[in-house]
Design a protein around this ligand. Sequence first.
Ligand code: SAM
Length: 198
Amino acid sequence: MKLSLLERLFILNPIRPLIQRHLEARQLHTLGGLLQGGKVLEIGCGPGSGIDLIFDVFGATTVHAFDLDHKMVARARRRQGRRNAAVQFWTGNARRIPIPDATYDAVFNFGALHHVVDWRAALAEVRRVLKPGGRFYCEEILAHYITHPFWGRLMTHPQMDRFDGVGFVAALKHKGFKVREVREMGDLYIWVIADKRR
Ligand SMILES: C[S@@+](CC[C@H](N)C(=O)[O-])C[C@H]1O[C@@H](n2cnc3c(N)ncnc32)[C@H](O)[C@@H]1O
C-alpha cells in the first residue's frame, strides 16, 4: 500500500534520515553488527536514505533496492546517483521479489512490511532470496499504533491482520528464520535480527 500524504511528509522530511541514522540503524547495528557479506537487498526503500546507511554503517559493497511506488524509486535513484554500478533499483512488490533464490547476504527492512497486506508472504520472499545463514535486519511499526483509533488514522495502513512483537517473531520462526535479537520500544517499534536457517 502506498503512503498517505502525511506519511509522505514524514518520510520525505529532511529530519527523517537523521532519525533513521541515529535511532533505527543504530539499533540494528547494535543488535546485528556488520554484514558478513557484501550483497544486500532493501525492501520498500522509499527515497533511499536507508541505502546510505547500508553502505556507510553496515559495509555493503552492492545494494539492490525496490519500492512499490515508482516515484520513491526515482527519488532513491537520484539520491544514490553517485554510486552508479554499486546500486540497482526496480519498482516492485515485496510480495514477489524477481530475484533467484539464495542471492543476498542480507536483507534490510526499514518499516515497509506494515504496509504490505500479505506481510507473511513477503517474509517468505525475504527468506527465499537470502543465502543460507543470511541475515534479515528489520525495523517495524507494531499493530498497537497502526490500529490505534486516533494515531492510526493519521496514516493510511492496512488494518487487518497487523502484527504485534510476539506475532511478528512467531511468524519469522514459522517461515524458517532463527531469531537472534529482538528489541521493542513500547508497543510502537520493534527491531529484529533474524538469520535464514542453513
Ligand atoms: C514508511 S515508508 C519507509 C520507506 C523507507 N524504508 C524509509 O525508511 O525511509 C514504507 C515504504 O514501503 C513502500 N511499500 C509499501 N508497500 C510495499 C510493497 N508491497 N512492496 C514494496 N514496497 C512497499 C512504500 O511505497 C514506502 O516507500
